[in-house]
Write a protein that binds this ligand. Structure first.
Ligand code: ADP
Length: 175
């Protein structure tokens, strides 16, 4: 049975992703979501099959740090099925960002699969501000690795973390 809070839609929404690393496009979606829901749970995917630049602990810690002054935004790592994780947190709403038509097919597939796995789930798609529609974590990593500036595309702390990570990587490859 739903509580009063849930039936009025006053519930938490889960925003899942790899966040490797979080970009200003993700931040934009989180802040938009926080205007619609009393709580946003950012769920950081731990996927042993997918190589990431930052570890799960790092990705979680970065997002926690960025939103440390906003208790409404929580961050947790998860692995396995998203539908199970959302259920375990007694949530029902999944937020995903839609940038371009290219995102649409994959996102629709995922949303329908999650609905199949748990018919109570609703996926809500949100569009970021136009200036972030071309932005992705992989593009940020590529540009940064080639020496380009990512200022304004990621939070400042992430720019610093990228610098540290690439420095550590180049030091370990030169020894
Ligand atoms: P995933 O590996 O699950 O796609 P990402 O970290 O790349 O994880 O993205 C998480 C969610 O955020 C996805 O719904 C993705 O479409 C969305 N997203 C990624 N970049 C942006 C952006 N620049 N603006 C809006 N949404 C975005």
């Amino acid at each position: 049975m739903r509580t009063m809070e849930q039936s009025k839609g006053m519930e938490q929404a889960v925003y899942p992703g790899s966040f490797d690393p979080i970009t200003n496009g993700h931040v934009d979606i989180i802040l938009r979501g926080a205007q619609l829901f009393p709580r946003i749970l950012v769920a950081v995917l731990e996927n042993p099959k997918k190589a990431t630049l930052f570890t799960t602990d790092e990705r979680v810690a970065f997002i926690r740090d960025i939103f440390k002054d906003r208790p409404q935004i929580e961050v947790e790592a998860f692995h396995g099925l998203l539908a199970d994780f959302v259920r375990s947190r007694r949530a029902r709403i999944i937020i995903r960002g839609l940038r371009a038509v290219s995102d649409f097919e994959y996102e629709m597939q995922m949303a329908q699969m999650n609905q199949q796995l748990n018919p109570d789930l609703e996926t809500l798609f949100m569009m970021p501000s136009a200036r972030y529609t071309f932005l992705s974590s992989s593009l940020v990593k590529e540009v940064f690795a080639l020496g380009g500036s990512v200022r304004g595309l990621v939070p400042e702390t992430i720019e610093r973390r990228l610098r540290e990570k690439f420095k550590a990587q180049s030091e370990s490859s030169s020894t």
